[in-house]
Design a binder for this molecule. Structure first.
Ligand code: IPE
Ligand code: IPE
Ligand code: MG
Ligand code: MG
Ligand code: MG
Length: 288
């Protein structure tokens, strides 16, 4: 796990530097809007999605620079999704990334607008990569076929248990899509061939599902001080989750199976995929 920590840390530093530069270029913004965005974006967290974007580019091309705009964009979109996910109209949570949620700190209106601004400016950042196919895939992954759509379904299946195929679809959309496009987009920007792109896409899909199953489990067995958000939020809102449907043990088994598929997807890569292989275990064994 220390090797994974070093990998995540290195990618986080690169991403945070690029985000700082991007923020510094907006000299026309009301200070409160910038402050509220920075509050959520620069709070301590894992930076998994940027690490996936940069890591995929590194596997394909031996260097990560081409994927830096994508790394920043997916972290901005992810952070916006967290701000809105925590709002009273959605999960109504008070703690995020170890601090009061954006709406607790700044009020709902500012939190909503900080999210809106971050989503919008993520595409400004992504446009710098100059790849229209990637921009369109990120839009789909955040929007109609991905995160926002999945979030709607997540709310529809409060107070009624989603059957397993629907639960899988909810997780694929609300969490899986952005994780998938982080990996896939990073590979595309690095000029991946069709076979490598397909393999890395499969990897992204599997770790995306495993990641959200682990998140569901941590909502029950996690420690607030480690996960940086409330424990028991899903139970309180009677959410459809893997542990609520299958029980914790079977949910863990499914996360393991899915993780094994993710590792298989990397079978045709060599030492260049070592970090991605270690990341699989981290995703299901993490406590934060
Ligand atoms: C939390 O994401 C929300 C989900 C999609 C499960 P992370 O667990 O990646 O949260 P941060 O970015 O580290 O705060
Ligand atoms: C949300 O899933 C996924 C998002 C798109 C934010 P959760 O609602 O389970 O995420 P957490 O547990 O609040 O981080
Ligand atoms: Mg939610
Ligand atoms: Mg939530
Ligand atoms: Mg959760």
């Amino acid at each position: 796990l220390t090797e994974v920590a070093a990998f995540l840390d290195e990618k986080a530093k690169r991403t945070e530097q690029a985000l700082e530069t991007h923020f510094a270029s907006w000299n026309d913004a009301p200070p409160l809007l910038i402050e509220a965005m920075r509050y959520s974006l620069f709070a301590p967290c894992k930076r998994l999605r940027p690490a996936l974007a940069l890591g995929a580019a590194e596997i394909v091309a031996g260097e990560e620079a081409t994927a830096l705009p994508l790394a920043c964009a997916v972290e901005m979109i992810h952070t916006y999704s967290l701000i809105h996910d925590d709002l009273p109209a959605m999960d109504n949570d008070d703690l995020r990334r170890g601090q009061p949620t954006a709406h607790k700190k700044y009020g709902e209106a500012v939190a909503i607008l900080a999210g809106d601004t971050m989503l919008t400016m993520a595409f400004d950042m992504l446009a710098q990569a100059g790849n229209i196919a990637v921009i369109r895939e990120v839009a789909a992954a955040a929007g109609v076929s991905g995160m926002a759509a999945g979030q709607l379904m997540d709310l529809q299946y409060e107070n009624q248990q989603a059957p397993i195929e629907i639960l899988r679809d909810i997780h694929r959309r609300k969490t899986g899509a952005l994780i998938r496009v982080s990996v896939r987009g990073g590979a595309m920007l690095a000029g991946a061939n069709a076979d490598d792109l397909a393999a890395l896409t499969r990897y992204g899909e599997c770790i995306g599902l495993a990641f959200q199953i682990a998140d569901d489990i941590l909502d029950i067995v996690g420690e607030e001080s480690r996960i940086g958000k409330p424990v028991g939020s899903d139970v309180a809102r009677n959410k459809s989750t893997y542990p609520s449907l299958l029980g914790i043990e079977q949910a863990r088994a499914l996360a393991c199976e899915t993780a094994a598929e993710a590792e298989e997807a990397l079978a045709n890569f060599g030492a260049e995929a070592t970090a991605f292989r270690s990341l699989v275990r981290y995703i299901i064994d993490r406590d934060q």
